[in-house]
Ligand binder design. Structure first.
Ligand code: ADP
Ligand code: MG
Length: 693
């Protein structure tokens, strides 16, 4: 064997890792030795101090060490169901372990076997029971090899039984050989200043902690690394933007914008809108391209601000584009903008997937001719065939629906365009920093005057006569109702109300001519017709899936009913609720369903207790984690292995401050080659920009 061993070596190179086990490791995303060192325990068991069986608390998850007293397989009447029951004892107390469909378990755990058992504790008629507990046989000789002085055992994800023990030995060995070889990317001075433990120590302790404090220090160090590397990347990227020249300064005193403000806009801008407009103005008057995130709760009036930005581009002789995440929303923007601008003679084009070929060709020609215009579109905007000749202003609406990378793609279509990224899902500050930390921020934190938050109620079932008669009154009064269901059609596996069925039921009750239906399988033409009929009041009730979730603006809509509401995420519910109460009519939101999980319940409760999008977002982050929240899951951006955005806020702030200070002092990281290497290696793709800097 002359191969040199490095952290990048495949795990196969380690003793005892054959094809089968390498495949099993690959499922855990472990390909290299380094991956292995960063495969952290999902939990720990304190085997020196196990929970006594007499102290197990029903409802909790606990691990205990016990000996199998007896074990038997019970036949059941159902052919494909078998149950294994074991009586467990730890000398002081007894408990029952019960497993379903575990073939051969009685041979694995014969009477007399000592093992650690982990699972949910239940009290079944006075008997303490663990249902389908994980277990690991304790073999004192093995312990001598892999154990550690604190007797705290790491339990790794997605593994059980023998594999745990084997993995533990493997990692122990790999740590001994390789952890010293890992370069510490953190500048030594910074590490000392912040009192963080060295990387090598942190890795070792994370796997084999001796006590809680040591573990907390190790965890902190590793969490800091995750934040710090990302923040360094963002700092570098922000600098790269700032160093770029060749953007097109926009004139904000042109005739179109002037006339728009004087003759067209039907309301006064709120103070917040004006302030944000000021920020966008000064940002886009520069040659340095603007990269700005505009946040504002649903209904806060982002569209009009975005439109003025696009108009400033046209006034200056350039093109502007706005990208929306759905066809329905793109269509709505197109209609609204065309209507508003009809008197100004500004060409407005719609580019979406549902254009005919000849329409498409016309639009594409207009765009590539370089005529000053506004283009509204969906993802269709970022296809290769779309060539802007003169793009200077880009708006990305509902950014959380797009990936971070797509944001880049539209930007590349112009000659360093100014970019305004908008999101209506208010993002907690921690997340803003980690996902959008390279952007400047603007926030509209005020709703147009006269808005009252919708009344929100939970209702157990849809056949509530008061609900239906309330809807009847609302639509008789000329207002409109959205009714959202989680699925399109009946399914065998989930007992959920399908849109199609609810549409039938409501048609029966209110008359088919007053009820429309909208979902992903309705053709684009039909969808447009239905939306139009709903907007202009020909139909009063729209039964839909979440295709209507974001951005829709039908001012006369007053009622939002969400059926099986516990099936939806919190931000999603907030978005849905944001569709009503946008005009002068009071909004009502009814959440139907019986949440089966504590989390489902917490979501409904959060909705009923606040209409503040930022509070909702914080709760959502705590409940679900960041990946779902911004609609993207990316390693290093929202998916941290150790760090937790909801809990490690101050650590993130520190990492951000230090990273930006460092990059400010040493923009090319000349003095910190290890850090530079790590940032590029771990966050590769997203740093293309920096490499060219
Ligand atoms: P969002 O921020 O959710 O995208 P929109 O831009 O769709 O919100 O605006 C919501 C509604 O409020 C629209 O009907 C819009 O015309 C209206 N609106 C926007 N700004 C104001 C304002 N300053 N005063 C009154 N109505 C406004
Ligand atoms: Mg919007």
């Amino acid at each position: 064997m002359t191969e040199t061993l490095t952290r990048d070596s495949p795990v196969r190179i380690l003793n005892g890792v054959g094809t089968a086990r390498a495949a099993r490791l690959a499922k855990l995303e472990v390909e290299t030795v380094e991956d292995l060192l960063y495969l952290f325990p999902r939990r720990y068991e304190d085997r020196g101090n196990p929970t006594r069986l007499t102290a197990l608390e029903p409802g909790s998850f606990s691990s205990s060490i016990a000996t199998v007293v007896s074990i038997e397989r019970r036949p059941t009447r159902r052919r494909n169901l078998s149950i294994v029951t074991a009586l467990l004892s730890d000398g002081a107390g007894m408990a029952q372990g019960i497993w379903f469909n575990r073939r051969g378990l009685e041979r694995v755990l014969p009477p007399g076997t000592k093992a650690s058992f982990y699972g949910k504790i239940e009290n079944k008629g006075g008997v303490i029971q663990l249902t389908n507990p994980e277990f690991e046989i304790i073999d004192d000789e093995d312990d001598a090899v892999t154990g550690n002085p604190g007797r705290i055992y790491p339990i790794y994800p997605g593994t059980e039984g023998l594999f745990q023990k084997w993995l533990r030995t493997l990692i122990k060995g790999a740590l001994a050989v390789f952890s010293a070889e890992l370069e510490d990317p953190l500048p030594e001075g910074l590490r000392q200043k912040l009192g963080l433990v060295p990387l090598q120590e942190a890795l070792g302790v994370m796997h084999f902690p001796v006590d809680r404090d040591g573990w907390a220090r190790a965890r902190k160090r590793l969490a800091f690394d995750e934040f710090f590397l990302l923040q360094t990347a963002l700092a570098l990227r922000k600098r790269t933007y700032a160093a770029e020249k060749g953007g097109s300064p926009l004139a904000w005193d042109g005739p179109l914008l002037g006339r728009f403000k004087k003759e067209i806009i039907p309301f006064e801008l709120t103070g917040s809108q004006q302030r944000v407009l000021g920020e966008i103005t000064s940002g886009s008057k520069q040659e340095v391209p603007m990269n700005r995130l505009l946040q504002g709760d649903v209904g806060s009036g982002k569209t009009v601000v975005a439109l003025m930005f696009l108009l400033a581009a046209v006034d200056s002789g350039f093109q502007g584009a706005i990208m929306a995440p759905t066809e329905v929303l793109a269509k709505q923007h197109f209609q609204r903008i065309s209507e508003w601008l009809s008197g100004l003679g500004v060409p407005v084009h719609l580019l979406s997937g549902s254009l005919s070929n000849s329409q498409r060709v016309d639009v594409l020609e207009g765009i590539s001719s370089g005529e000053p215009c506004i283009v509204v579109g969906t993802h269709a905007l970022i296809q290769k065939t779309v060539r802007f000749a003169n793009l200077a202003a880009v708006v990305i609406d509902e950014q959380h629906r797009f990936g971070v990378l797509q944001r880049g793609t539209l930007t590349e279509k112009g000659n360093h365009p100014h970019v305004l990224v908008m999101t209506a899902t208010p993002i907690p500050r921690t997340l803003t920093l980690s996902v959008y930390g390279d952007l400047a921020f603007s926030t509209i934190d005020e709703l147009p005057p006269g808005r009252v938050p919708p009344v929100t109620r939970k209702i157990p079932g849809a056949d509530d006569s008061r609900l239906l008669s309330f809807i009847g009154e609302e639509i008789d009064g000329g207002r409109k109702t959205y009714w959202v269901c989680p699925v399109i059609e009946e399914s065998d596996t989930l007992p959920l109300m399908p849109v199609v069925r609810r549409h039938e039921l409501l048609s029966k009750r209110f008359g088919a001519e007053r009820v429309g239906i909208l979902h992903g399988q309705v053709s684009a033409d039909e969808r447009d017709r239905t939306m139009d009929r709903f907007s202009n009041g020909e139909i009063s009730i729209l039964v839909a899936t979440t295709v209507i979730e974001v951005g829709l603006d039908v001012p006369g809509a007053s009622v939002m009913v969400v059926e099986d509401a516990h099936r939806f995420g919190l931000s999603q519910l907030h978005q849905l609720r944001g569709r009503v109460g946008r005009g002068s009519a009071r909004g009502y939101c009814f959440l139907i369903g019986k949440p089966g999980t504590p989390e489902g319940k917490a979501r409904i409760e959060a909705m009923c207790s606040t209409a503040d999008g930022f509070k909702i977002a914080e709760t959502d982050l705590a409940l679900r984690g960041p990946g779902e929240l911004c609609g993207i899951r990316q390693h290093g951006v929202t998916d941290f292995r150790v760090a937790n955005l909801a809990k490690d806020r101050s650590l993130l702030e520190t990492a951000r401050r230090e990273a930006f200070a460092l990059v400010n002092e040493d923009p090319a990281l000349v003095r910190f080659p290890e850090l530079r290497r790590e940032v590029f290696r771990k966050l590769g793709l997203k740093l293309k920009l920096v490499e060219t800097a």
